[in-house]
Design a protein around this ligand. Structure first.
Ligand code: AMP
Length: 332
């Protein structure tokens, strides 16, 4: 099926073609026409399925038809659980809407709030935000939601895992009840169903690429080893297989940092990414990993969710995750 049959405007088709996408992914085929019809959507889809474009493309199109944003107001709000995901979604929106008159931005914690307050002064068509910083900005009267048309909750399951449920409910109370709401989640647990029930109005349920299907496409290897010798074996594998880009998962921040020290001792360039590191340090680490200056990125689950590195050849589960779903997120 071509992108052209989904009801997207020429400006978006042009930028999609420039991304090199030749045909829409299953979630895009299902979600784009429904979002364009302004119906609420509950989509169960993982990172890597093309879910971001499945809501950003139709959302931008809907917004392009309306009135310009008022000062300090936003017309569409995308809430994400992590700063990295917020930055990534905002970059996609900017990319896709390059031939349209859409003002978008992102706000998240860990960086100064003042530039974000200024950014909001003129109003935005789309704001991508993490929950805590969004509430801070609202409390400082830097933003209002009176004219909000669309709300997107991205990676809602992660939002719950990270304890953002109260923030989400708080934000919901600040929003107009007449709006279009889209919710994306990798799982469809009891908690997600209950959250969806409270936030969505007669949603269409879209389910693609279940948690296990990602795993089917990936070759997995197990290396039995004593705990004390894990880093030694990892260093050996990296050197022997000449791995040039490896994402390694540890359970703890301390574990991540100590592994980085050991890798560097073995002359393997490495960086860690976890919630104790500043936003600047995380961005540097991720940029270095993407451009090849950092061979090994060591991450905890919280920091890693939604990180999108094109054609990542190798993921190592140095320690198993706390919950089984995270294993699927890690390798997917
Ligand atoms: P996501 O699931 O939104 O995290 O997207 C995963 C990756 O797929 C991103 O690198 C997108 O740029 C890419 N992508 C999204 N839609 C398509 C498509 N229709 N064809 C090829 N790649 C795509």
């Amino acid at each position: 099926m071509p992108f052209g049959s989904l009801g997207l405007c020429n400006e978006l088709l042009k930028s999609v073609a420039e991304q090199g996408y030749t045909s829409p992914s299953p979630i895009q085929i299902e979600a784009i026409p429904v979002v364009l019809s302004q119906r609420d959507v509950m989509a169960v889809a993982n990172t890597g399925t093309g879910k971001t474009a499945s809501f950003t493309l139709p959302m931008v199109q809907l917004l392009s038809g309306g009135v310009s944003p008022q000062p300090q107001s936003v017309r569409a709000l995308v809430i994400t659980p992590t700063r990295e995901l917020a930055a990534q979604v905002a970059a996609s929106i900017e990319n896709y809407s390059r031939y349209m008159n859409i003002r978008s931005g992102a706000v998240f914690g860990g960086v100064r709030i003042e530039p974000q307050i200024s950014q909001l002064q003129g109003g935005l068509d789309v704001l991508v935000a993490t929950p805590g910083r969004l509430i801070d900005l609202y409390n400082q009267q830097a933003i209002n939601f009176d004219r909000l048309e669309i709300l997107v909750l991205d990676e809602a399951d992660r939002m719950l895992d990270l304890g953002f449920i109260d923030d989400i409910r708080h934000i919901q109370m600040l929003l107009p009840s007449k709006r279009q709401t889209l919710m994306f989640s990798a799982t469809f647990s009891k908690e997600i169903k209950s959250l969806a029930k409270g936030m969505l109005n007669n949603p269409l349920l879209i389910e693609v690429d279940t948690a296990t299907s990602a795993v089917d496409k990936i070759k997995q290897q197990l290396h039995p080893v004593d705990k004390e010798r894990k880093s030694e074996v990892l260093i050996h594998l990296i050197k022997r297989n000449k791995w040039h880009q490896v994402l390694v998962f540890t359970r703890t921040k301390l574990g991540a940092d100590s592994l980085v020290v050991q890798l560097e001792k073995a002359r393997i360039s490495a960086a860690s990414i976890h919630s104790n590191r500043t936003q600047h340090a995380r961005t540097l680490a991720l940029d270095g990993f993407r451009n090849g200056n950092v061979k090994v990125l060591v991450a905890t689950d919280i920091a890693s969710r939604g990180i999108d590195v094109n054609q990542l050849p190798c993921v190592v589960n140095f320690e198993l995750p706390y919950v089984p779903e995270d294993y699927v997120h890690r390798i997917g």
